[in-house]
Design a protein around this ligand. Structure first.
Ligand SMILES: [Zn+2]
Length: 148
């Protein structure tokens, strides 16, 4: 059975048995869960973060963005949740999926780099060493800071 609407259910903990057509939102964990709108009953987990999903609640319905692409499921369904309605997207080619994935990974990396950079403000650890700053990534600096 294809699901055309997702009703928001704000919960503290996700129930063990999810009902189709319900969008469970656990704000404490910044995560939502629902059963795939195609009716295949796969559990779709959408964490909220600047680089994952963002939700908006208008008091009655929830919208999620970006779209939900269940590429790892057999159904490979792809849809938006807009004002509680499931809006189906046309099937994406593997090429497009790969491009979108790549963009997501890049966005995440950029976000983390920007975050690391802002944390490093005023602490040029490499300033008094001869190390070439470009040669060390924020991750390596973090590791050395932690003594790993
Ligand atoms: Zn499905």
């Amino acid at each position: 059975m294809t699901i055309s609407r997702l009703n928001p259910q704000f919960v503290e903990h996700f129930p063990e048995k999810l009902k189709p057509g319900e969008l469970y939102l656990a704000m404490e964990f910044a995560t939502a869960v629902h059963l795939c709108a195609c009716g295949c009953e796969s559990k779709v987990i959408t964490p909220f973060s600047p680089t994952d999903w963002q939700m908006s609640f208008d008091g009655e319905t929830v919208s999620l963005r970006p779209s939900i692409g269940n590429w790892s499921f057999r159904c490979r369904s792809h849809y938006w949740v807009r004002s509680g309605r499931v809006v189906w997207a046309s099937d994406m080619s593997q090429e497009v999926i790969d491009a979108v994935r790549k963009r997501d990974i890049q966005a995440k990396a950029l976000h983390q780099a920007a975050r690391a950079k802002s944390e490093d403000v005023g602490q040029p650890e490499w300033a008094d060493s001869q190390a070439e700053p470009k040669a060390t990534t924020w991750f390596e600096r973090l590791k050395s800071r932690l003594g790993l």
